[in-house]
Design a protein around this ligand. Sequence first.
Ligand SMILES: [Zn+2]
Length: 387
Amino acid sequence: MRPIRPGDRGPAVTEIRTVLAGLDLLAPAAPDADDFDTHTERAVRAFQQSRGLSVDGRVGAETWRALDAARWRLGARTLYHAVPEPLTGEDVRSLQERLLEMGYDVGRADAIYGVRTSRAVAQFQREVGLTPDGSCGPHTMNALRRLGRKVVGGRPQWLRESDAIRQSGPTLVGRTVVIDPGHGGTDPGVVVPDGSLRWSEADLVHDLASRLEGRLAASGVRVQLTRGPTPDDCLPDVGRAELANSLGADVFISLHVDGHANPEAEGVATYHYGTDNGVTSATGERLAGLVQREIVARTGLRDCRTHAKAWDLLRLTRMPAVRVEVGYLTSPDDRARLTDPRFRDRVVDAIVAAVQRMYFPVERDVPTGSIDVSELRAVVAAGTVVD
Ligand SMILES: [Zn+2]
């Protein structure tokens, strides 16, 4: 859909304003106010920021879905596992976060009432003596209110996730890594003309992805790309996340290059799942930190740091997932590097080293930039760590 943007009028704008007013982001106005004014734009930006969405002040498909889901407050409706179209919303996310805090395994707080959430609710109901039907109605809500507040502290799911990784040992052999070259098909991503040449993000990241595929495969990793070099259509992010989930991937790496109207914008940034209210994937955050530091150390790209985002791609993937924006195609400096295949090999070395370090126990981790990726396979086979 075309994004709804400042200056627009109509019933959709009224609806957006109503939801934003319900979230206290916008002063309540006349119910028929239908203009997307500057107050509305500011409220949309604040909402996007709070949800970890790209902040552009417009309501495109992703922001629309988030607004739609934000209407629901926990306790306002009965939640249950609906098939085939599961219930989604902020109330589901609140419930999942509450259950996670109490140590129940709901997976990720993804705001979708799926089988795992239903099972966790049933387990909670059994333990407090309610009928374990896996749905969350008034009785279960009461029990949660009575018990939920007492439990504070760690996020058991994230601890479980990092435990699972620690216990699985340092070897890469037999892991499944899904590499996601962004865009493709009808969507070339960032495109920059360069003399008689024309560089596109979709082509560059596919090249990076296939180099990375080769390196990881040589280390015994099972690798799957989310698309080929010239797909007919552009797979949406939701589809890419579903693909990684269906393959049972251990790690998900999405590759992009950035673009900006200002040619001075440059550098590398890495994104992992997280929201402003402190919910984060600890392993995703760790992987993002490793990828970011290795790339900065091995390539000299400017460090634009790591950031938590709640993008569909990161929210819906059930394994440590990162999205890397490897430099700006619109920056003459970054472009000169990105279009050099030797530079792309260094980026790939950095990512391989980061994936390897994910599986080193924290106390046995090695300094950034120190892993000789060409010797990685031997090192891993011998079960020792490079000093
Ligand atoms: Zn991109």
